[in-house]
Ligand binder design. Structure first.
Ligand code: ADP
Ligand code: MG
Length: 779
């Protein structure tokens, strides 16, 4: 059934070549017990390895059942070993971290036999070699003879045609040797058994045929066989190991080295720990920042001002013209970027209506600034005098700068926001506590705002006609109830015969005009501790309803009508351009459209929806018709968010370095494991495992290590967040800063697994390439 024709095999040792087999030609019967007898080093093991397809010959031909192996590919050899060959080695070569049954089943797991059938066949084989009582033991619990029986059972289990025994009794005492020889002799009744030995007595006693071997040549053959011509009737079933088998093998191996596995996983988890902690800290800090921002920035409203800056980048020219200065001797006139970016929002009643349609559950408070002037008088020491609701110093420009700022940012305003829906709350009652008097009940009620120390603006008091010096104290009761008279334009301005208007010089008459309104300082208010809407500047604050009321009356006044028809200032006769005329008309109360609108979203979350609502207005509108809002808080949030991201990336990069280190470490560990398991690799190959299967075994091992180190790292990082949070709380009073996002944890475990598998794959490939014959010789 098996024929070797002029097989030659050489090994290179140093610079000389040794002839392991030298033109061996021999044929074997389908069923006989052949003993190969020869001194040590004569090439007997090499001969067995060649027959078993573990060691490739250099030249000649081997014919199995009429089929030449010349055309065999790697996978054919693997299948041949698995189907047709059973190896029995001098040193048993059992896999020590596997149970006895598992050892016997190993070859069958490669040939894809079902689990139940595998178990049955393995038990059968173990019964046959007389180990029925020891099936659930581990190899190291058995004696030498018993271990060799296990090896025989393993060789038999898959029912091979050829049993190859390399000094099967070499390590056994004579009594055990006899038992094993009897077992092998019995097997030879149904199989071809080729046994190598240097013990002539055993050979002569048990074998049917004795081949004497020396220096890689056959010297004598007691029972030669001449193989007749045969048809090719050899077919092979290809082998394949399941990944679960590989996993089980590796898992058992790892289990035998718990301490080392734990240390390895721990060491390689350090990178994961680092990244997990960085991630949990940065998410935590970002959360804290967001929280603080939403608290401190919620007072910054979305502002829509008549004149604003369009941030569209096309308005800003790229200035990098390095090295390409023009050579012509001329200048070009150009609009500055800032001027180009200036945008005029056409605020009209339509837009105000659009704003007032905002969902009050998103933003209930809307503030307006208007440029209308109030003609106010107050009786002081029995005489009416002009007064103002204003924080401006009488002789300074900074005051109006401040009110411009207030109009742009919505903070430090004098007109308090209106509610879109009164049932949703009241701005003053919700955010300001009443120190004296009442909250305003109608448009004619104004309030005095004081800050935390009950101070208010000195100018505000002076402008109201109070005779005070810095640091002087006035009882609340003296302020609350103070009345101020509001005169409409028709009472305040008189028309001269020239058609010009001047303020009526007779203040007594203005003061006593029947159309006047009486405004009352209804109460003194201070911002609540809990409030984040500290909008109103210390001083007098009034409702927008008051401003609207004044505009409504004054827009029909004589001075407004006259001014609307004139291109010169009706008071001073100054020539006016359109902008100056508009300004003056606004001052006189001609226009109902506000100078700026401030939208105070209820919370940080609803702001986005409000912005979407504002964006919707601009859809499909030309550039000039668009209403551009500014969102100061949003701009600031983006800035800090970007910074946090940058810091996180840098820290992750550092932690990533330790991840790479651990990957290299896993590579080294796998490599040592490969060295350690050389025998196992050889056995697996002898049983017909493919290169792929060997790679799989080690890939499975690194996969287990990767998952373990990832999970360990994430677990440790999670535990570490508790002391870290305690420490941060002590240092900064911030609670629960470090919080590990479970999604991050999962991703890190996956990354750890992938990285360690990459790190372990190269040594795994090296293992697969190992020469099986050499692997089995390693001792
Ligand atoms: P035996 O089994 O009869 O003791 P071997 O088959 O092990 O003999 O070895 C036969 C010869 O081939 C010896 O000289 C041995 O050193 C050499 N040899 C076997 N395998 C290798 C190898 N992988 N590399 C180099 N030399 C080898
Ligand atoms: Mg040998």
């Amino acid at each position: 059934m098996l024929e070797l024709k002029d097989i030659k095999k050489h090994y290179k040792v140093g610079s000389t070549t040794t002839k392991a087999l030298d033109g061996v030609s021999v044929a074997f019967r389908k069923q006989e017990f052949v003993a190969i007898l020869g001194p040590s080093g004569s090439g007997k093991t090499t001969m067995l390895n060649v027959i078993g397809g573990l060691d490739k010959y250099d030249s000649g031909d081997m014919v199995i059942n009429g089929k030449s192996t010349k055309t065999f590919k790697d996978r054919d050899w693997d299948a041949y070993r698995n189907n047709s060959i059973g190896f029995i080695f001098q040193s048993y070569n059992l896999i020590s971290h596997q149970g006895i049954i598992d050892n016997v089943e190993l070859g069958m797991t490669l040939s894809g036999i079902s689990k139940a059938e595998r178990r049955a066949k393995a038990e059968d084989a173990l019964q046959r070699v007389g180990l029925g009582d020891h099936m659930n033991k581990k190899p190291n619990q058995l004696s030498g003879g018993q271990m060799q029986r296990v090896a025989i059972a393993r060789a038999l289990a898959n029912d091979p045609d050829i049993l190859l025994c390399d000094e099967p009794t070499g390590a056994l005492d004579s009594e055990t040797s006899i038992q094993i020889m009897e077992l092998i002799q019995e097997l030879s009744k149904e199989k071809l058994v080729v046994m190598v030995t240097h013990n002539p007595e055993l050979a002569h006693q048990y074998a049917d045929r004795i081949i004497e071997f020396s220096d890689g040549r056959i010297q004598t053959d007691s029972h030669p066989h001449i193989e007749g011509k045969k048809k090719d009737e050899f077919n092979l079933k290809h082998t394949k190991m399941k990944f679960t088998t590989a996993l089980r093998l590796s898992f058992n191996n790892i289990r035998t080295k718990k301490g080392r596995t734990f240390l390895t996983s721990f060491a390689s988890s350090i990178g994961i720990i680092g990244i997990a902690i960085v991630l949990s800290l940065s998410t935590g800090f970002q959360k804290q920042i967001d929280k603080t921002q939403s608290e401190t920035l919620s007072q910054f409203p979305i502002t829509i001002s008549q004149v604003t800056t369009d941030q569209d980048p096309t308005n800003f020219e790229n200035r990098s013209t390095k090295g390409s200065f023009p050579t012509e001797k001329e200048v070009t006139a150009k609009i500055s970027d800032a001027d180009r970016a200036q945008h005029t929002n056409k605020l009209d009643q339509d837009y105000v209506d659009y704003i007032e349609d905002i969902d009050p559950t998103l933003s209930n408070n809307i503030g307006y600034t208007r440029l209308v002037n109030m003609n106010l008088l107050r009786e002081i020491d029995g005489k009416p005098e002009m007064v103002k609701f204003s924080n401006d110093a009488a002789d300074s420009q900074t005051g109006s700068m401040m009110s411009m700022m207030a109009a742009q940012t919505g903070v430090g305003v004098s007109s308090f926001p209106q509610q879109l829906d009164d049932s949703q709350g009241n701005f003053l009652k919700d955010n300001y506590s009443l120190l004296e008097g009442n909250y305003p009940e109608n448009a004619n009620d104004v309030v005095l705002i004081v800050d935390n120390n009950n101070t208010t603006n000195l100018n505000a008091l002076k402008n109201l006609g109070f005779d005070v010096k810095e640091g002087e104290k006035i009882p609340f009761s003296e302020i609350v109830g103070t009345t101020v008279t509001l005169a409409y334009n028709d009472a305040f301005y008189t028309e001269l015969p020239t058609g010009n208007f001047i303020p009526n010089q007779d203040l007594e008459a203005v003061y006593n005009n029947s159309a006047n309104e009486e405004l009352t300082i209804a109460g003194v208010l201070r911002i609540k501790d809990s409030s984040t809407m500290d909008l109103l500047a210390p001083g007098i604050a009034y409702s927008d309803a008051l401003a609207q009321k004044i505009i409504e009356k004054n827009s029909a006044s004589a001075i407004v009508k006259a001014q609307e028809d004139s291109t010169t200032n009706v008071m001073t006769n100054e020539q006016l351009d359109t902008a100056a005329k508009d300004n003056f008309l606004n001052y006189l109360g001609a226009s109902a459209t506000p100078y700026s609108i401030m939208i105070y979203p209820n919370d940080f979350k609803s702001k986005d929806q409000v912005l979407d609502y504002l964006d919707a207005y601009n859809k499909g509108k030309s550039k000039a018709d668009k209403i551009i809002y500014s969102d100061l808080a949003g701009t600031m949030t983006q800035l800090t968010g970007g910074l946090m991201d940058a810091i996180t990336y840098v820290l992750i990069a550092f932690a990533g370095i330790s991840l790479v280190t651990s990957m290299i470490m896993i590579g080294i560990i796998t490599y040592t494991s490969v060295l350690e398991r050389t025998k196992e690799i050889g056995v697996l190959k002898a049983l017909g495992a493919r290169k792929k299967d060997i790679t799989r075994v080690f890939d499975a091992e690194t996969a287990i290590l990767g998952v373990a180190s990832g999970a360990l790292g994430v677990a440790i990082a999670y535990l570490a967040t508790f002391p870290i949070n305690a420490l941060l709380y002590n240092l900064t009073e911030l609670e629960n800063v470090a919080t590990l996002n479970p999604v991050h944890g999962l991703i890190l475990i996956v990354i750890s697994t992938i990285l360690t598998m990459i790190g372990g794959h190269i040594p795994a490939r090296m293992a697969a390439k190992k020469d099986a014959a050499i692997a089995l010789r390693a001792d």
